[in-house]
Design a protein around this ligand. Structure first.
Ligand code: ZN
Length: 98
């Protein structure tokens, strides 16, 4: 599975190449209001301790544009040779599909 959280512009422009379709890739795009996950950040370890540094906002996986909580974003999921992936947009990003 491949997945992206993208700004509206990138989400609209994203498409699957015909070669990928011929190789069995499927795509799902959902657009809606999203909020970053509560555990969205990075853990830095060193000197015998670990520190969690939360990200302050979502960032488009394609163009790196900041996307504040509550932004309308597009979640893109691609998969092949497996069942359709679960609803990660809802469970992780609390996405309200519009
Ligand atoms: Zn973008």
């Amino acid at each position: 599975m491949i997945r992206y959280i993208a700004c509206l512009k990138c989400g609209e422009q994203f498409h699957v190449h015909s070669e990928d379709v011929n190789e069995g890739w499927q795509v799902r795009k959902r657009t809606g209001k999203a909020t970053r996950p509560s555990d969205f950040g990075v853990t830095v370890s060193g000197g015998g301790k670990s520190t969690f540094l939360p990200y302050q906002e979502m960032v488009c996986d394609i163009c790196n544009r900041p996307m504040p909580d509550g932004s309308i974003v597009t979640a893109i999921t691609m998969w092949r040779n497996e069942p359709e992936p679960d609803n990660w947009e809802k469970t992780e990003y609390s996405m309200e599909v519009t």
